[in-house]
Design a protein around this ligand. Sequence first.
Ligand SMILES: *Cc1c(COP(=O)(O)O)cnc(C)c1O
Length: 486
Amino acid sequence: MSLYYKSTRNSDMRAAASEAILTGLAPDGGLFVPERIPVLKPSMDELKSMSYQEIACVVMKEFLTDFTEEELKDCIQKAYDSKFDTEEIAPLVKAEDTYYLELFHGATIAFKDMALSILPHLLTAAARKNRADKEIVILTATSGDTGKAALAGFADVEGTRIIVFYPKNGVSRVQELQMVTQKGSNVDVVAIRGNFDDAQSGVKAMFEDKELGRELAEKGYQFSSANSINIGRLVPQVVYYVFAYAKLLENEEIADGDRINVVVPTGNFGNILAAYYAKQMGVPLGKLICASNENKVLYDFFETGIYDRNREFVLTTSPSMDILISSNLERLIYLIAGEDSGRTARLMEELKTEGRYEITDGMKERLADFAGGYATEEETAERIREVYEKTGYVMDTHTAVASHVCNKYREAGRDGCKCLIASTASPYKFVKSVMCAIDENCAAADEFELLEKLKTVSGTRMPQAIRDIMEADVLHHTECDPGGMQ
Ligand SMILES: *Cc1c(COP(=O)(O)O)cnc(C)c1O
């Protein structure tokens, strides 16, 4: 059965999956959402012996119904190959009594690779399908990890160009180096003198600028997005929740049907929304626990039903979650508003003009699948040290936010479910914060020295992505104000 996508701001529009992937954002500024969430066909018992790639095909063919199975298999094969440093693609690690789903074994050692290694292939297949004759220009705003993962994914992919905007002082040194050393004849990297929200708003404004769109079309270009608002990013992320459950079952950590809670370190709300879609597909997930850092706009939202971005923006040690406007939340708002696109559009307009909106009690009741929590900077560091001292496992700062929230949730004793934590980045990527959490004497140390130290402390191999930047040349120097992005 064909599955179409509609806009969160206009239910009358209908797009095939490939069109939705190609355009990124709906023409009315809304986000594409599937008309219904498909049901997972094979049983968990059948899924448990499948590889990551096989499960990816099972899940994605339900969502992307205008792609043939051959096309999908081809995309999957090109994406989940030896770019990942483990055949499992997303290994599960048990520390204390919690499972960490390590989503950082791809080329840029953050979970964005899970989706961005396949998106370029989905996009070029979608372009062929729609006979798009224009060169695709990917515009991406990044809080650090999307940028590099998108650059790596699109570099030298024929028929595409990519421009990445990142906040000048809002990313880690390793993240910045990863981006500004990116090779490829079709890539550009620009530092914004502003924060991530400035970068994201600037990109959105360019997408919505009809005049600019026309001007580009005349020159043979068309914009698309690699941000997590593209359903071509969201759908591949549903896969690893299905995979994780199947592997827990295979490893006899759980019995078939047992509910497990999922804790997701959250920024733009893409990853946790994918977990929600997985749950709707039939994966026996319990609570979806949204973990925030000190930019706890989502925690407050789940507590009060009020989304309010009017607050100070905090730069934290988990920069990929330093976000006050979580774009993908719009997709959840749409669902809890009973798929009322008019109401969704009004709330988003309020967010744009007043920086806040409040949902009704009825909508709030529909949030029962979710819980929120947050970790302060001290709690994040403490959690890294605590797990390291107890088990020897070293996690990154984003994962530590989730791990802290997970602990708090468990201590509150609301249910006895086992917990799966989405581990979103390699500790090597945030080496300074991670090593300072473990050993106070690291504060003054050089970042490259600390990489060696982390290797010793964690007993893990230094990822290729880190070895690469140690000698690469800086190729990108452009800086601008948010107003100068266009
Ligand atoms: C992007 C990112 C997040 C946040 O994911 P969202 O899908 O934007 O909520 C968390 N951790 C890391 C390391 C990331 O790169």
